[in-house]
Write a protein that binds this ligand. Structure first.
Ligand code: ACO
Length: 320
């Protein structure tokens, strides 16, 4: 193989059973279905059961991706798992997933923490490792129990998020695959979206729930996702408006639509699951990808774009 690329060859998704429609918030908070749907596009989200952790959601998503790729699980040479809500402080959720998958091949496994940008960060790292010859096959996962870091009395944040997991199998290939990825961060904006609590000396210091300046994130999100999308498209020699599928981070339908309009991507080509999933952070893009996978065909061009806490953002252009 002269030039080595990575290709997405399988996708999988898993959602917790419990559906939480907007109306459930009405009894407890000063909010309503109309406000939530009109401001965000969200109608419902899934919420993990008590004791259900990120690795529990990741496992069926990973198995589905491995099955879809038609590979033996032992062929996986690398696991990169993006999460903001790991099962434990350590070991990594990727290591826990490796064990749950029953892998005995001692492949590298680690987590990536870039909040809602995590999946694109993880994909970019796995792609680079495959191109560099460090692995032939990688499992890339986004898994979140975001409900664990929400203050359920704060209407400005708790209505926005949900739980779930998505996964892809990336395989070495002599034809592109992942064409380009771009990752960015601006730590000066870390206070705009964070869970500031710190665990140490046996206690949590500071607030262990999501705090967010929604307006500031909104404005920055559109610019960041659009610019990162333009970067990968320029490197790939395509116009953003020419991609077959645009799969943005599912934060808020108004943000997604504004980015798509700025890029010249028609609404029929934007994958949207925010109505049913809410914002599932690192899981949102692989969940959206999995929801549309059966409608996608070989050779089509995918554009992924994301933004999240950090502030972090990024994009990926890939041919399937
Ligand atoms: N129900 C009713 N009212 C609410 C609710 C609610 N659930 N939440 C906030 N409000 C109120 C606020 O208190 C405020 O009231 P005030 O004007 O009296 O102070 C008012 O609604 C704000 O209204 P708008 O300005 O119209 O709200 P906006 O259109 O900005 O929408 C939203 C708010 C949805 C949070 C939007 O700013 C947004 O989506 N921002 C981006 C958030 C985001 O994507 N975060 C995740 C990033 S990814 C990651 O890394 C986790």
């Amino acid at each position: 193989m002269s030039v080595r690329y990575s290709r997405i060859v399988g996708v999988g998704a898993h959602l917790p059973e419990r559906v939480m429609p907007n109306r459930e918030f009405e009894a407890k908070l000063d909010t309503d279905d109309e406000w939530i749907e009109s401001r965000t596009g969200i109608r419902e989200r899934r919420i993990a059961a008590d004791g259900e952790l990120a690795s529990d959601l990741a496992l069926p998503a990973a198995r589905a991706a491995i099955g879809g790729a038609g590979i033996d699980a032992e062929d996986i040479g690398l696991i990169v798992l993006a999460t903001t809500t790991p099962d434990m402080i350590y070991p990594s959720t990727a290591c826990l997933l490796q064990h749950k998958l029953g892998l005995r091949n001692e492949c590298a496994a680690f987590d990536v923490q870039a909040v809602c940008s995590g999946f694109v960060y993880a994909l970019s790292v796995a792609d680079a490792m495959i191109r560099a010859g460090r692995a032939d096959c990688a499992l890339v996962v986004g898994a979140e129990v975001y409900s664990h870091i929400l203050d359920w009395e704060d209407r400005s944040t708790c209505v926005l998020f949900g739980d779930g997991a998505g996964a892809v199998v990336l395989q070495a290939s002599d034809r592109p695959g992942v064409i380009s990825t771009r990752l960015h961060a601006d730590g000066s904006l870390s206070g705009k979206l964070s869970v500031p609590g710190h665990v140490g000396h046996g206690k949590v210091t500071g607030r262990p729930y999501t705090v967010m300046d929604g307006g500031a994130i909104y404005k920055r999100a559109v610019k960041a996702m659009a610019e990162a999308s333009e970067e990968v498209c320029a490197e790939g020699g395509v116009q953003p408006g020419d991609v077959d599928w645009f799969i943005p981070h599912q934060a808020n339908r108004r943000i997604m639509t504004a980015v798509a309009e700025r890029l010249g991507v028609g609404p029929d080509r934007m994958v949207s699951t925010v109505e049913l999933h809410g914002n599932t952070s690192a899981a949102s893009i692989p969940l959206a990808l999995a929801s549309a996978w059966d409608r996608m065909s070989e050779g089509q061009l995918l554009l992924l774009a994301t933004v999240g806490g950090g502030l972090s953002w990024g994009s990926a252009l890939a041919r399937i």
